[in-house]
Design a binder for this molecule. Structure first.
Ligand code: OOB
Length: 554
């Protein structure tokens, strides 16, 4: 029996669109877990995942996923239960994710860097019944964190951990070994329909706290399939995951799902540093990977490049933030691989340059949409399409772009056009070759090396500091990350504030480290726009000028 309709709180595709996407064969009417079963049956003895020296075949992957799924069902997980996922790049991420899909429960993809502030919001907002994380990672105790925020998460019943499971938590390792005591059982509850939500991505957010992005089986499977096609993945491909696997780029553009759909091999790196990534590329003869520009710059600059054989690399996808053409140009000579620019978003639309595009396109543009039915417009301030080649905001709809965020009717009313186009908040230009050039944005966020930070969210946290009268958070230029966080603060009279004090305060408040300002400027007043709002443009110009002057001074 299938679940009825779409999960409450989600915005459906209008029937005429859904019908078209099915008729054209984009939506195949199959759930992700059913598709997973096809892969594992077909690719049985091939190597699916390599991690920390362990090699797991597709057949073994299927067995482990089954064991975890039985254990999850025995714990009482039901279809449509939400489960917050905060695992790092370990195979357990795949076991639990596919097991949840089998049970019909819905993973919510948080990032390992999220802390109390984000996790308590995500647990509460998604009404998660379970939370899944490493017990400890890089000196941070996730179990202790979740204990502290339990009062904010009334629905939370189970904490599932990798590594040594402290009392009161459930060991994922025991589930995998089939030692959790779970009796084999079929998942006899209602089965998800392919048109229903499969999982939630988390938005970087432009307003306050992160929003949830519901992705359905049909449309997610479609974009994974065409992304794998466009990235030219085949059974011989070896794909290295260096960015967090729960991010849409690593997971589905084509990412882990695309790799497994082709019978290829996934290699999981614990970190994107050259020290971790290069030996894996050499040992596993990695052919493909996906990075953000900040990581790529690090790779290009690393002396370790000379000490490892990276000649197996064929394609390096680069996305998440704007890649500078000068950097792009050094990739082929120094790393021997072709760049594939990826301009994507967790909300849907994926744009890629194609590996056989002319060099000019590969170096200078962020690619073009994947599906023939991706529709887009580039609009001006008046909401109308700009002249061809002019800059404007990109709005889009199509067979794998959401029609609304989860339980966010007010935001959805402004975040989408009346005819269902998602407003990306990105300023783009369509080049003569028909590709996008991403040239800025209208949304108020900072893109720190691909990590999206809502200015408003950081401002709200800074405002709680007793020495702060008012604050405006803006992006400042950064040579490697592209952008970093700068806070302009009007301090309360007689209350001095240092960067160190502010950072310590925000750490204690439990906001993710990557969002904490790297610089503060104490000012008397903010520049204002003609309508009297704080001029963020003015502040960005100010910090850019200050940094330039300091650079010249040294
Ligand atoms: C990816 O997804 P998100 O959801 O973390 O961030 C989306 C935003 C875009 O709206 C744009 O502002 C920016 O990130 N962005 C880029 C870019 N790729 C993403 N800006 C300039 N150049 C690029 N190549 O970041 C994401 C999702 C799937 C695949 C790749 C990236």
């Amino acid at each position: 029996m299938e679940t009825d309709g779409l999960l409450e709180g989600c915005v459906p595709f209008p029937p005429e669109f859904a019908e078209r996407y099915r008729r054209k064969g984009y939506w195949k009417g199959r759930t992700l877990d059913a598709w997973f079963d096809e892969w594992t049956a077909r690719f049985g003895e091939r190597i699916a995942v390599v991690s920390d020296g362990e090699r797991v075949t597709y057949a073994e992957l299927a067995r482990r996923v089954d064991r975890v799924a039985h254990s999850l069902a025995a714990l009482g997980l039901r279809p449509r239960d939400r489960v917050l996922m905060q695992l790092n790049n370990v195979p357990e991420f795949l076991y639990v994710t596919f097991a949840l899909l089998k049970v019909g429960a819905l993973p919510v993809m948080a990032l390992p860097a999220h802390r109390e502030a984000e996790i308590s919001h995500l647990l509460a907002f998604s009404e998660a019944v379970a939370y899944c994380a490493p017990a400890r990672l890089r000196g941070f105790d996730y179990v202790e964190m979740v204990r502290g925020i339990r009062p904010c998460a009334p629905d939370l019943q189970h904490v599932l951990v990798t590594g040594d499971a402290p009392p009161g938590t459930v060991s994922i390792d025991a589930m995998i070994r089939g030692a959790s005591g779970a009796a084999p059982r079929t998942f006899d509850g209602r089965r998800p329909a392919s048109s229903d939500v499969a999982l939630f991505m988390v938005s970087g957010g432009t307003t306050g706290l992160p929003k949830l992005i519901p992705r359905t089986h049909d449309e997610y499977a479609y974009v994974v399939d065409i992304a794998a096609e466009t990235a030219d993945l085949g059974p011989e491909s070896v794909f290295l995951i260096v960015l967090p696997i729960s991010h849409n780029f690593s997971f589905a553009a084509p990412g882990a799902l695309g790799v497994l759909s082709r019978g290829a091999t996934l290699v999981l790196a614990p970190s994107p540093n050259p020290e971790a990534a290069f030996p894996l590329i050499e040992r596993e003869r990695v052919t493909n990977t996906a990075t953000v520009p900040a990581v790529l710059i690090q790779w290009l600059a690393s002396p370790l490049r000379e000490r490892h054989d990276l000649s197996s690399l064929k394609v390096i996808q680069v996305g998440g933030s704007r890649l500078n053409a000068e950097v792009a140009q050094r990739v082929k000579p120094l790393l021997g691989a072709t760049v594939q620019q990826v301009y994507g978003m967790a909300e849907g639309l994926n744009n890629l340059t194609r590996v056989d595009d002319p060099e000019e396109v590969i170096l200078n543009t962020q690619g073009r949409p994947l599906s023939p039915d991706d529709e887009f417009m580039v609009i001006g301030d008046d909401g109308r399409a700009v002249a061809p080649g002019e800059r404007g905001e990109l709005v889009t709809r199509g067979p794998y772009t959401i029609r609304g965020y989860y339980k966010a009717p007010e935001y959805n009313a402004t975040g989408f056009t009346p005819d269902g186009f998602y407003k990306t908040g990105d300023l783009v230009r369509v080049t003569r070759s028909g590709n996008f050039s991403v040239e800025g944005r209208v949304k108020d966020l900072i893109n720190r090396g691909g990590e999206k930070i809502s200015a408003e969210e950081v401002e709200n946290a800074v405002l709680r500091h007793p020495a702060v009268q008012n604050v405006a958070v803006v992006a400042m230029p950064h040579p490697v990350l592209g952008e970093a966080v700068c806070a302009y603060v009007i301090a309360r009279p007689g209350a001095p504030l240092t960067l160190e004090a502010l950072r310590a305060f925000l750490d204690r408040a439990g906001i993710a480290r990557f969002k904490v300002p790297e610089r503060i400027e104490i000012v008397e007043r903010f520049p204002l726009t003609s309508v009297g709002k704080i001029s963020k443009q003015g502040l960005r110009a100010d910090i850019t000028a200050r940094l330039r002057a300091e650079g010249e001074a040294t």
